[in-house]
Design a binder for this molecule. Structure first.
Ligand code: ADP
Ligand code: ZN
Ligand code: ZN
Length: 749
């Protein structure tokens, strides 16, 4: 008995807390320390589940040892999660009030959530021999093509990738190998050292502007300690160059004598890798070393391989989406969060963590710096900077000296109601197009028309599963719900009164596309929204087409705001920005200001000053005025004052209990009970609002309601909350609803 270990294991269940097990001495050879972070197979109820060993039971923990069940098997010979990661996960699960086991399993790549060996698959990577004489290839065009391709891809290319590019290729590779022009190595040997190129050459590196150099120096001065830097730089100010200078500094730093195998690693977290292929390309181009990419849009095997390699310290640069924040990284030295204001950094289902905030905790734990970059920082971060918790680094000028675009507001109230493009905007379009430049028309609404109504009886085409109108899409000639996957054909007659007088009301990107075919028919237009980039490769194609000026007019949604660099765009037309001004959600205004600034920032990024025309029905709105006249920092200042006067976040702290159910009553009853319990179990410092129906009450066939808690200090949210949640799990009312608790919610009610 004394030889058995007593261990606490995280198991993937919504039940909170860790579970105690016994591990018999004959089942393991390792020291206890070497078991922590390894996966195990454990009996759980009548099932066998995978778990991860989190810690040893303390002697004074009160457990009935003889009641403990035995671990069936230890699955890993080396731990998957290091102690830092475990600490990070325990903290995050605590902060976000989520079951530890479920949090731990969110952090693992999907392949490792199963009983599958944690092995790195061995693939061959081909690369060109730089010194090889390829003149003999002039009469072997296919070999020439492959050789040239490999010469451009210095980090090596797998057989799979080559086959995708060139078709059947093995004999061609064999010949090239025989000629000594290419070599294969196992991808597991892939280390940063494997690439014998220097990280970068002085030639390709722009000289930092004064503002960039200042920002760089301030951050570089903290490289061995914890500091949060809010790098607020206008669009085009060259934030990426500041990141690059820091990365370069770390890559070139002489490794500690006893740490040569542990070069510094840098984690860059971006909202969506898929939408911004540019950053990856720039990183590859600049540093010429293998870059790990971690996101959910790659195969399970590949994700597992990359994840494991990063944990072994094999990559120095790691580019990932929010989920990468939990990845074990052997020697993390710097974290960069790009576009820190972007809501996709927060997970919206399951484990509702915010990658920025988790990353800040991680940086503090490791005593390393973290950089939050944005042209339009969140009000949370802005306040943290104002209050001195973050260092505020401002870059007000564009790197290439081009002034920021000129902004005009067009009062749409003065125009006929049906006018979509104001005369001001149309004239500006002609002017810029005739000069050979590109024009962006921004409208955050996909499809052709957001409503189909009956002219005779006012019937509106509604989604049967949501409280929402259906949007007509002209390409498929169908009605779509943008909130669930419901779609149906467009009726010829009104289902209520059989009238044939059905009207499409309002406009989306597709209608703009059609509208242009008259007045602007000599200019090629392209639509850039989620419908246009559904298939793999379409996004890259569109970006390339825009770069190569194959189109003059780009009509797009918020995808356009995602940091793309379109050098020839000189005019941005914002067709409708009123949503944020008239929305009930208090965050909508901030979001609109960010969108507007980011989209406007696509204009005039080279040589000449760009122009932005904003159409609005509320041109007098003081915050819109201040944004346009003085820029985002002034807007943020005023928006913060407004939040403070209403005691809204970031001046107060919120959590949201959400419930959805097939019947509206069930959601209400559950929240009612939850509220009663909260009134006795949680602190009286919490103000409770609700239960309230959500602003879109019915969605995808479920009725949704919320209970909103707010407090003047963060601690009040956590006092007694864990026990209260345990009680909610046991409520009979809970069985009829799906519910979760969202800490620091971003989505409104
Ligand atoms: P941001 O991320 O702040 O919008 P980028 O880093 O994309 O800005 O830089 C905008 C443009 O300016 C890019 O084309 C970049 O190559 C260029 N650039 C950045 N820094 C410099 C510099 N110091 N000198 C010249 N050009 C620069
Ligand atoms: Zn009708
Ligand atoms: Zn729907």
């Amino acid at each position: 008995m004394t030889d058995s270990l007593l261990l606490q294991v995280a198991v993937d269940t919504p039940v909170r807390g860790l579970f105690d097990y016994r591990l018999k001495s004959e089942q393991h050879e390792q020291q206890t320390g070497a078991l922590i972070g390894s996966r195990v197979l454990v009996p759980f109820g009548h099932r066998e589940l995978i778990g991860v060993i989190i810690r040893e039971l303390e002697d004074d923990d009160d457990v009935a040892v003889d009641k403990l069940r035995d671990i069936i098997q230890v699955l890993d010979s080396t731990p998957l999660l290091d102690s830092h990661c475990i600490q990070l996960l325990l903290w995050s699960a605590g902060y976000y009030q989520y079951a530890v086991g479920a949090a731990v399993f969110t952090a693992l790549p999907p392949a490792l959530r199963k009983n599958k060996a944690a092995e790195i698959s061995q693939t061959r990577l081909w690369s060109a021999e730089a010194a090889g004489d390829s003149s003999a290839l002039n009469r072997a065009p296919k070999q020439r093509e492959v050789f040239d391709w490999l010469s451009e891809h210095v980090s090596g290319v797998s057989d799979d990738a080559l086959r995708q590019q060139f078709g059947p290729i093995s004999s061609c590779l064999k010949s090239l190998e025989k000629r000594g022009l290419i070599v294969a190595r196992s991808s597991d040997a892939l280390t940063t050292q494997a690439s014998n190129k220097q990280p970068s050459t002085a030639l390709e590196r722009p000289k930092l502007t004064q503002e960039q150099a200042q920002a760089y120096e301030q951050i570089a001065a903290t490289l061995n300690s914890f500091a949060v830097h809010l790098l607020e730089g206008v669009t085009g100010s060259g934030k990426t160059e500041v990141y690059f200078a820091l990365i370069e500094q770390l890559l070139n730093a002489p490794a500690d004598a006893d740490d040569v195998d542990n070069p510094a690693q840098i984690l860059i977290i971006v909202p969506e890798i898929g939408l911004t292929p540019q950053l990856l390309r720039r990183l590859k181009h600049r540093f010429q070393i293998p870059i790990a990419t971690l996101h959910s849009n790659i195969s399970e095997q590949q994700r597992q391989d990359t994840w494991l390699r990063v944990g072994l310290g094999r990559y120095q640069i790691i580019l990932g989406t929010r989920l990468s924040v939990f990845t074990p990284i052997a020697n993390l030295a710097l974290i960069i969060i790009d576009e820190e204001h972007d809501h996709s950094l927060k997970q919206q289902e399951g484990f509702l963590y915010h990658a920025r905030d988790v990353a800040i905790y991680r940086a503090r734990m490791l005593q390393i710096p973290i950089v939050l970059g944005s042209a339009t920082p969140s009000l949370e971060s802005t306040l943290n900077a104002k209050q001195g918790r973050y260092k505020h680094l401002l870059m007000r000028k564009r790197a290439q000296e081009t002034p920021l675009p000129r902004m005009h507001l067009v009062d749409m109230r003065a125009l006929p109601a049906r006018e979509i493009l104001s005369p001001t905007l149309r004239q500006a379009m002609h002017r810029h197009l005739e000069a050979g430049n590109q024009v962006i028309l921004f409208l955050n609404r996909r499809g052709f028309a957001p409503a189909l109504i009956c002219h005779d009886c006012a019937w509106v085409a509604q989604c049967s599963r949501c409280d929402a109108k259906l949007t007509f899409h002209s390409k498929s000639a169908k009605l779509y719900c943008h909130h669930c996957d419901h779609r149906r054909s467009k009726p010829e007659q009104c289902p209520e009164c059989q009238s044939n007088n059905l009207l499409l009301v309002g406009f989306g990107t597709q209608r703009i596309e059609q509208l242009l075919t008259d007045e602007f028919k000599q200019y090629s237009a392209i639509r850039f929204d989620r419908d246009a980039i559904k298939r793999k490769g379409q996004l890259e194609q569109i970006l390339e087409d825009i770069q190569e000026q194959r189109h003059s007019i780009i009509i797009g949604t918020q995808i356009l705001s995602k940091g793309h660099d379109f050098p020839r765009v000189s005019l941005v037309g914002v067709l409708d920005i009123d949503y944020g001004i008239f929305s009930a959600d208090y965050r909508a205004l901030e979001h609109s200001a960010q969108l507007l600034t980011q989209v406007a920032g696509r204009s005039g990024r080279r040589q000449e000053q760009g122009e932005v025309v904003i159409q609005s029905h509320a041109p007098d709105h003081p915050l819109l005025q201040s944004l346009i006249a003085k820029g985002y920092p002034d807007f943020a200042e005023q928006a913060l004052a407004l939040r403070q006067s209403c005691n809204l976040p970031p001046y107060s702290y919120q959590m949201l209990l959400r419930a959805r159910a097939t019947y509206a009553d069930h959601a209400q009853q559950f929240l009612e009970r939850a509220k009663q319990l909260a009134q006795t179990q949680l602190t009286s410092d919490l103000a409770i609002m609700g239960p309230l129906p959500s602003s879109m009450e019915k969605r995808a066939g479920k009725y949704r309601a919320v209970l909103l808690f707010s407090a003047n200090n963060r601690r009040s949210l956590s006092i007694g909350t864990a026990d209260w949640l345990q009680q909610l799990h046991r409520l009979p009312e809970a069985r009829r609803v799906q519910w979760n608790l969202d800490i620091d919610p971003l989505e409104g009610i």
